[in-house]
Design a protein around this ligand. Structure first.
Ligand code: FES
Ligand code: FES
Length: 989
């Protein structure tokens, strides 16, 4: 392609051209807020990347993005979360998805074959994302420099392989088989360590790389030649001013001046224009409305600078976190520590696009609990900031202290001084729910100390963040105290005491004491090791502050040191052949390639509309009106479906289980719990429906209504219960009075409380309803109970069962949550489709799904237990309260399951009083081992209580109780759960 004139170049600049699995696509005319994931799934045949969370937190949507540099003729690749990446930022990029590396027609890629062969895919919803994370790690490791790996392997190391999928969630399989797949490519793996697989029979066959699907690096072309030519052809085009080229809603300024001229445009409004570099911040701070204009600042050279000098490192604000890790890794100990800490921020596929500057700006503007800000603060960083009128150089401390900067203030770069390695000690710490993979810290810290040759702290910087504070701060009081001192036990003690006053989580922060104690322990560890490093005579400092003798160093185990390895020991028997034979799951490769079709993968039928729930935020209130606030998203509302749209002859039912009860589809006229469906917003796309539903303003009234019943205690006070049918009621064992009289000891008032738990299936609730001729309807539903879905949809629409066709090919995880909970979504789609006579699809966003889902039953067990001095249990009485929520759902099955699980131990006599509480909370339903988990937990808590009362070993009491369980058997007295369950499920007509 030759060079273009100005007009043609302007037209070309408006188009986003990208390659998807080698095919050319143009994204002209798409809504500017379109993500890559939406684009791939709605504008191309690609279905491998899935929507799991929409916030960069699960990895289901991971793809590989490749960029071409025509000046060097080099291609660079990185993994990215397509749910956050905006398609407008991908001009001249190439996107590779799981279908692109291997598929049914052209043969599977060894990553896909090995995922299947190591049994690493169950529901398969996470598998294409896993596949692309592993593929990306292989591409990165197998760059042509360095010695070639042994045949069949890549240059990946086991350690790199273990981190390849950090941030990719799997809710079904367990990570060992997935990690085995990753490690099977690593040159330093011992193949014998890998677990059960279908390539060799463990225990009898020799593990051999030749038995694995063959791997050649570079076998997949990630950047097509046509796109290279197109890029080269446009190299000499006349640059088009951003303001002219941005007619599709995307503006790509190439300089600070150009950026300012956009800010000065009459259309610029910081509420409707979004300034983006990578858009990963949208994973944390969700867009509350649609934007119709985006300014992409990645093309401004000052923001991409990487300048390494003897004074330090200058990093442009738009440099990705992954790139910064690379830069810092190759430096002094302080830089290396910074790199190490940055590697724990988010996940590889987020770090590859998320920028250092974006992270710091979120900390400054939005109080984001940033690890990066804390670490850079301790390292004495400065920032360069461009305001409308001037360029400022500030310390990071000063910058963070300023009032939140406005949208027109641009962070240009961050400078981190080089501290050298003499007499400088730098440590960073973080505590978070998970060591790797998208977990915000409870507390983070970074400490830098400069010591004199005389073993004295000359200067020290102690930075803490994320503990419930607006931004990372320095503990100056403690710093002042420590300056000029040499570290001793007394100094450490005083320093940590001082710190306790400094670390003060703001009101409303969760676990405040825990956070303070973490901060104290970080400082204690640092000062202790500093004492060791300074070679104090008493160099080991005991946790109580006193100095211990000896030379043992007070070490800490970092999360890097945590073993990710596991070993699988197997005992084989041919007795029940072929049971026990490792057989590859049918369809596992199809799942890995992304070709397996889930409900949302079914192409949208012609005239398809999309729905999103408006849910109540009140537990018990009249819904007086639903309106929409004035916004761009509200303009997308086509209609709202409510209870009045249920056809004549139908009924307001969203779920129901024979003999147990029903639940309404709409909270009408009274919302009976927070999270209840009030209406369904219908729009042209799923994104519009989500965003429009957020604009709903609901007016409530609680006039003449009783206060809501929310807890087990409230329900007991108000006698608010569901009944358990006699055939499901568990049976007691023995004579409780007699059992108690045989006891040497008694605990008369023990209590165990359990909260709820969310299902967290990777695929949220979804359905596609298509109206058919003659009052019929077809519903594709991601359900675990298709026959019940058929019954409920028919009842809701008031049509015969045979008019409803339910199709379920597979679900992306269910765990009980796609039982009765899925029928609401099927019914909602069906009512909308029936009313509008157009196909209607619903795919719940993660937040709505979590709020409406219900989840596991909270319980409260009060117990009295009798036991002998040798640990023999003689009697147990339990008062069990079960919070069932607003409808019976499957709750009447829970008492039987709970008591059955409790009977894993022989309690001697067992009696109970169970209250199945009806409350104004979302209905609780079956969740993986429903009732059994709670029963087991309660049983273990009681056993521990008994052991502690006896001062005995808990396992000894367990064995005493468990050893005799045959006497009353774990299933005795339940009436046979499975039979009861089957009885409930038999159809009524
Ligand atoms: Fe994109 Fe979860 S990370 S959907
Ligand atoms: Fe990983 Fe189901 S197989 S989420």
């Amino acid at each position: 392609m030759g060079s273009l004139g100005k007009d043609a170049a302007a037209a070309a600049a408006e188009r986003v051209v990208l390659a998807v699995n080698g095919a050319r696509h143009e994204a002209a005319g798409v809504d500017p807020s379109t993500t890559l994931l939406e684009f791939l799934r709605t504008r191309t045949p690609v279905r491998g990347p899935k929507l799991g969370c929409g916030e960069g937190g699960c990895g289901a949507c991971v793809v590989v993005i490749s960029k071409y540099n025509p000046a060097t003729d080099e291609v660079s690749e990185h993994s990215a979360s397509s749910c956050l990446t905006l398609v407008g930022s991908l001009n001249h990029c190439s996107v590779t998805t799981s279908e692109g590396i291997g598929n049914t027609r052209h043969g599977y890629h060894p990553v896909q074959q090995r995922l299947a062969g190591f049994h690493a895919s169950q529901c398969g919803f996470c598998t294409p994302g896993m596949c692309m994370s592993i593929f990306s790690a292989l591409v990165k490791a197998d760059k042509p420099d360095g010695p070639a790996p042994p045949t069949g392997f890549s240059k990946l190391t086991c350690s790199e392989a273990e981190h390849a999928v950090s941030g990719n969630l799997c809710r079904c399989t367990g990570y060992r088989p997935i990690l085995d797949t990753c490690k099977s490519f690593a040159a330093d793996v011992d193949l014998e360590d890998l677990g059960l697989n279908s390539f060799w029979k463990k225990g009898s066959d020799r593990a051999d790389v030749g038995k694995l699907p063959e791997y050649f690096s570079g076998a997949v072309c990630t950047f097509p030649e046509f796109l290279k030519s197109e890029i080269k052809g446009q190299m000499n085009d006349i640059p088009v001013p951003a303001a002219i080229a941005g007619q599709d809603g995307w503006y790509h300024p190439k300089s600070i001046d150009e950026l300012h001229s956009l800010f000065d445009s009459n259309w610029f409004d910081e509420n409707s224009v979004k300034i983006v570099a990578s858009n990963t911040g949208a994973g944390v701070y969700k867009d509350q409305d649609l934007y119709d204009k985006y300014i992409d600042i990645q093309g401004i050279p000052e923001l991409s600078v990487i300048d390494r000098s003897s004074k330090g490192v200058e990093i442009g604000a738009a440099v990705s976190i992954s790139k910064a890790i690379e830069v810092f890794s190759d430096g002094t100990p302080v830089f290396t520590k910074i790199a190490g800490h940055l590697s724990k921020v988010a996940s590889p596929f987020v770090r590859n696009t998320a920028t250092v500057g974006g992270n710091v700006i979120m900390a400054q503007r939005l109080q984001f609990p940033s690890d990066i800000a804390t670490v850079l603060l301790a390292a004495g960083s400065t920032v360069t900031v461009q305001t409308a009128s001037k360029m400022l150089r500030l310390t990071l401390d000063e910058f963070l202290e300023q009032p939140p900067c406005d949208a027109k203030t641009i962070l240009l770069s961050i400078f981190v001084p080089d501290w050298g390695s003499d007499n400088v000690i730098f440590e960073t710490s973080r505590a978070s729910p998970r060591p790797f993979g998208n977990a915000v810290s409870f507390v983070n810290s970074a400490f830098l100390a400069r010591t004199s040759g005389q073993l004295v702290i000359e200067d020290i910087c102690l930075a803490f963040g994320a503990y419930g504070v607006d931004h990372a701060t320095r503990a100056r009081k403690v710093e002042e105290f420590l300056k000029g001192k040499s570290v001793s036990a007394a100094v450490i003690l005083e320093a940590v005491q001082l710190l306790k006053d400094v670390i003060s989580p703001s009101e409303g922060t969760t676990h405040p004491e825990y956070r303070v104690s973490l901060a104290v322990s970080f400082l204690f560890s640092f000062l202790s090791s500093l004492g060791n490093n300074l070679n104090e005579p008493a160099n080991a400092i005991a946790p109580n502050g006193s100095c211990a003798n000896g030379s043992e160093k007070h070490g800490t185990l970092g999360s890097d040191d945590l073993p990710v390895r596991s070993r699988q020991e197997l005992v084989f028997s041919d007795e029940y052949q072929p049971v026990g034979k490792p057989i590859t799951k049918a369809g596992a490769e199809l799942q890995a390639s992304g070709e397996a079709v889930y409900v949302d993968d079914i192409p949208a039928p012609k005239y398809c509309l999309y729905g999103a729930f408006i849910y109540s935020t009140q537990p018990h209130a009249h819904v007086k009106s639903v309106n929409f606030r004035s916004s761009l998203a509200s303009e997308k509302v086509i209609t709202v479906i409510s209870a009045k749209d249920i056809p004549v002859g139908g009924k307001n039912i969203g779920s129901g289980f024979r003999m147990l009860g029903e639940e309404a589809l709409f909270g009408d006229p009274v919302s009976e719990f927070a999270g209840q469906n009030i209406g369904i917003v219908i729009a042209e796309t799923q994104k519009y429906a989500y965003m429009a539903a957020k604009q709903a303003v609901i007016e409530y009234s609680t006039e003449k209504l009783e206060p809501p019943i929310l807890t087990i205690e409230d329900a007991i006070q108000h006698n608010s219960y569901f009944q358990t049918p006699p055939f499901l009621a568990p049976r007691p064992v023995g004579d409780i009075d007699q059992g108690m009289s045989q006891a040497d000891h008694k605990i008369l008032s023990g209590e165990v409380k359990l909260e709820s738990q969310y299902y967290f299936y990777m695929e949220t609730q979804t359905a596609l309803a298509i109206p058919d001729e003659d009052n019929c309807i077809t519903v594709y539903s991601s359900t675990q109970l298709p026959e019940i879905t058929q019954n409920v949809v028919a009842d809701c629409l008031g049509i015969p069962y045979h008019n409803v066709r339910i199709i379920t090919r597979r679900v992306g995880g269910g765990f009980g949550g796609k039982g009765l909970k899925s029928t609401h979504v099927a019914c909602a789609s069906a009512v909308a489709a029936f009313k509008l006579q157009r196909p209607v699809r619903m795919y719940l966003d993660r937040k709505t799904d979590t709020i409406m889902a219900g989840g596991r039953h909270p319980m409260k067990a009060k117990y009295s237990v009798g036991f002998k001095s040798d640990g023999t249990l003689t009697a147990l009485h339990v008062d069990l309260g079960i919070n069932a929520g607003i409808s019976p759902d499957l709750s009447p099955l829970i008492p039987g399951h709970t008591i059955s699980s409790l009977k894993k131990y022989n309690w001697g006599a067992l009696a109970f009083d169970i209250k199945l509480c009806k409350t104004n909370v979302s209905s609780k339903s079956a969740v993986r081992a429903p009732g059994d988990v709670q029963g087991s937990f309660i049983a273990e808590a009681i056993i521990e209580h008994v052991a502690s009362a006896l001062g005995a070993d808990t396992n000894a009491v367990r064995s005493t109780g468990a050893g005799r369980r045959q006497l009353n058997g774990s299933m005795a007295g339940t009436g046979g759960r499975s039979a009861a369950f089957r009885a409930c499920r038999s159809p009524t007509r």
